[in-house]
Design a protein around this ligand. Structure first.
Ligand code: V47
Ligand code: SF4
Length: 359
């Protein structure tokens, strides 16, 4: 079976659902990894990217309270926080004064029960005004849908207003796992998979590029993973608006559903199968915060071509038991990539190369 899949990949034939299932079921991790690595090199050469960025979570107060999320709190609950615009700007001012300066800010948070849509516009406008050349990557499809609900506006109006205020592109969070049964168990209050796809399609139509994610390693089966990947591939065929796919390894600590950390084998296989199935995605990101520095480095030999960035402050995964640090320096990232035998590239938010390092 793997020989037939290998032949298909090498001849540029698209993999089917049955192929994707066979890859997930196979124990031949090395063969899958080698094939995925071949595809990654064809697309991106020996380059592996990172970005100098900072994450900011404006609030963890959230009306959804997904059962896999250790980050969210209800209003008034211990551990709940909400940053003022001044606090957000202060975090960014620090990151912009530091060397190297960040080129991207990644802003995502909970669905706050009291903030009006204008607050999100003010947030983006304030960041844009103070940092004219910073790329602003903000708000998941779940947050965009929420803004539409609380404002009574349509999705496209929300996206246009945000874009006018300075939003450059959107992260891929909130996709979780599209399959309905499991999604309803894990996050009954969250928008459906169909709605996530609809919001992303509207973003792409509005000229906003986005990423896509899949949360794996909780209670889903491989059929659910394959369905998820194929739905993303189908949308990408229609819009071409996705930049990177990021498989998110579930972290079980302090969550309602508990369970286990994903295994390194599963992490590498998921990266590799994603690379092989998502033939129309330019980039596969091995997010070092969730995979760990060493597995994300190894993932560069299994089809990934990006490890994300300096991050500086990370709450979502760390509140769920991440064992990584919260940030890495530019030098750390260059070293990590170089030691995987790849050419380190500092990129901007749109994958333009800012600096290609020796290797
Ligand atoms: O949407 C929540 C996930 C996402 C847990 O687009 C959890 O470049 C693991 O989407 N274990 C946020 N994951 C992170 C995210 C992201 C990160 C880095 C880069 C990009 C990008 C996007 O984290 C949430 C949710 O899917 N999440 N709880 C948990 N316990
Ligand atoms: Fe809220 Fe997002 Fe956490 Fe769900 S994953 S509870 S939507 S912050």
């Amino acid at each position: 079976m793997l020989a037939a899949i290998r032949h298909k990949v090498l001849s540029g034939t698209r993999l089917t659902e049955a192929d994707a299932l066979a890859l997930f079921r196979s124990d031949d991790l090395f063969a899958i990894g080698r094939l995925a690595s071949h595809v990654a090199e064809k697309q991106n050469g020996r380059h592996a990217c990172f970005i100098v960025n900072r994450h900011i979570n404006p609030t963890n107060i959230c009306v959804n309270r997904c059962k896999f999320c250790a980050f969210s709190r209800s209003k008034g609950e211990e551990g709940a926080f909400e940053l003022t615009l001044e606090e957000i700007l202060a975090k960014l001012a620090d990151a912009s004064k530091a060397k190297p300066r960040i080129t991207e800010v990644h802003i995502v948070g909970g669905l706050h029960p009291e903030w009006p849509f204008e607050h999100y516009l003010d947030m983006i406008s304030a960041v844009r005004k103070n940092h004219p050349s910073l790329a602003i990557k903000a708000f998941t499809a779940v947050e965009i849908d929420y803004m539409a609900k609380i404002s009574g506006l349509g999705i496209e109006d929300i996206l246009r207003e945000l874009k006018k205020s300075g939003l450059d592109f959107m992260p891929g969070g909130g996709a979780e796992i599209f399959a309905e049964g499991i999604r309803n168990r894990l996050c009954p209050e969250k928008i459906s998979g169909d709605r996530w796809i609809e919001v992303m399609e509207a973003a792409h139509r509005t000229g906003i590029k986005t990423n896509a994610t899949m949360l794996y390693g909780h209670q889903e089966g491989i059929e659910d993973r394959v369905e998820h990947l194929l739905r993303l591939r189908e949308l990408q065929d229609r819009t071409g608006g996705f930049q990177a796919f990021i498989p998110l390894a579930y972290h079980p600590k302090n969550t309602e559903i508990g369970g286990f950390y994903s295994s390194g084998i599963d992490d590498l296989k998921t990266i590799a199968v994603s690379r092989l199935v998502l033939d129309n995605f330019p980039h596969i990101k091995a997010y070092w915060i969730m995979l760990g520095e060493k597995v994300s480095q190894t993932a560069l030999l299994f089809g990934a071509d990006d490890v994300d960035g300096t991050i500086i402050e990370e709450k979502i995964t760390h509140m769920a038991g991440a064992m990584t640090g919260e940030g890495m320096t530019r030098d750390d990232l260059v070293h990590l990539i170089r030691k995987a035998g790849k050419i380190p590239v500092e990129r901007d938010a749109f994958y333009n190369h800012l600096k290609v390092y020796d290797y």
